[in-house]
Design a protein around this ligand. Structure first.
Ligand code: GLA
Length: 387
């Protein structure tokens, strides 16, 4: 893999100069969905697949990026002093946004770079291929320009680039998990304080199975921003009486006795999800720590129902995958993961039953939806870094 990347780098950029190699994973979130921009907990882990980058500094103020995943676009080239969003640059706006934000924050990037990217995260699957491109870019910039910034700082910087440059008002979960992930562990992150704890994922004789609905997350970004503003509206209504800074601070009793302050019915539903999903995440992690996989799985199922009925971010494809999964032998729990509106589900399945699980869910999904789903048994890997 490494040799191929280095060779491709030489061919694409027509150079004999040696590149350095970097990697940032994708992520899967086990529970705690749409809580990160509500000041709640999330519980993601880094995957072993992700985005590789081969990069070197050059002596002119030009950035050249190339992705093996979008070869038809060829080399995308832009000047250091002209870092603007350009629709026709497509995926290259992600690295561009990161470089732009580094410079905006006062980091000195006084030369150009050439970067070849190659990712093996299914694109648009909701496993954070874009945050992975952002984070691998941050790590390579830190290295090539000797920048003084830590991993959490880079996660924040990339989140900001996505918010301000790309225009998706995402929370910190993806970039944080990709930067701070640890092999065989999930990260319990309090998005309010950024305090985090690694929790070992030892599922005895079970594994994490990811199912990709292969429904692209079309319209996801605008709906995502809409959900976020609905939650912010609900918070504003609650703040008329309560001294709170986020929905993530609320417990069940406080929420139930005050939810009538929220003016719209829809926003009550959105806030109900945010508050209860946060409480579920805390309970789920407690259960996992004492190897109570049945409770963890039940809470995953409740999470999906809440995302389906109150947050309304699932859709027929994800619901079909999850509802089929619930019926299979050896399944502790199953839910959609990521932003929703397409993308992937995550299930905990007993190892001996995985083969049958994939066959049964896969066959029935294809029958009902008309195209196939793809399945992966997830391996939890380390966060971003130099190879
Ligand atoms: C996307 C965003 C995250 C998070 C999830 C939903 O992945 O990038 O910040 O909000 O959706 O939990």
């Amino acid at each position: 893999m490494k040799d191929i990347l280095l060779k491709d780098f030489e061919i694409v950029f027509n150079t004999t100069e040696k590149a350095q190699l970097f990697f940032a994973p994708g992520r899967v979130n086990l529970i705690g969905e749409h809580t990160d921009y509500n000041g709640g907990y999330v519980f993601p882990c880094a995957l072993t697949f992700g985005t590789y980058a081969a990069a070197r500094r050059i002596d002119e103020p030009i950035i050249r990026v190339y992705s093996k995943n979008f070869e038809s676009l060829g080399i995308v080239e832009f000047r250091l002093e002209k870092l603007e969003y350009e629709a026709e640059h497509k995926w290259a706006n992600y690295p561009k946004g990161v470089i732009h934000n580094f410079i905006r924050k006062g980091f000195i990037i006084n030369n150009g770079i050439e970067v070849l990217y190659d990712g093996n995260i299914p694109n648009g699957a909701g496993l954070s291929s874009s945050a992975s491109i952002e984070m691998v870019t941050a790590v390579l910039l830190r290295n090539l320009f000797d920048l003084n910034i830590d991993m959490v700082g880079m996660a924040r910087l990339c989140q900001e680039a996505e918010n301000n440059f790309i225009g998706v008002n995402c929370g910190i979960m993806d970039q944080f998990a990709i930067g701070m992930g640890k092999k065989d562990h999930a990260v319990l992150l309090d998005t309010n304080t950024l305090k985090y704890e690694y929790v070992k994922i030892a599922l005895n004789n079970a594994s994490i199975v990811i199912a990709n609905s292969n429904k692209r997350r079309g319209l996801a970004d605008s709906k995502y921003n809409e959900r976020r503003s609905q939650c912010e509206r609900a918070l504003k209504d609650l703040q008329k009486k309560l001294n709170i800074r986020s929905l993530g601070e609320m417990n069940e009793i406080q929420f139930e006795s005050n939810k009538s302050l929220i003016e719209s019915e829809i926003n009550i539903k959105r806030a109900t999800h945010a508050v209860y999903e946060n409480l579920r995440t805390i309970k789920a992690v407690e259960a996992l720590k004492v190897n109570d996989f049945a409770t963890f799985g039940r809470l995953m199922n409740e999470s999906h129902i809440s995302l389906r009925d109150d947050y309304e971010v699932t859709g027929i494809e994800l619901d079909t995958l999850v509802e089929l999964a619930w019926k299979q032998k050896g399944v502790f729990g199953s839910r959609m993961t990521g932003a929703g509106f397409g993308g992937c589900t995550v299930s905990i399945v007993i190892n001996d039953d995985i083969e049958e699980f994939i066959k049964n869910v896969g066959d029935e999904y294809e029958k009902r939806i008309g195209y196939t789903a793809s399945f992966y048994v997830a391996q939890i890997g380390n966060g971003a870094g130099k190879l």
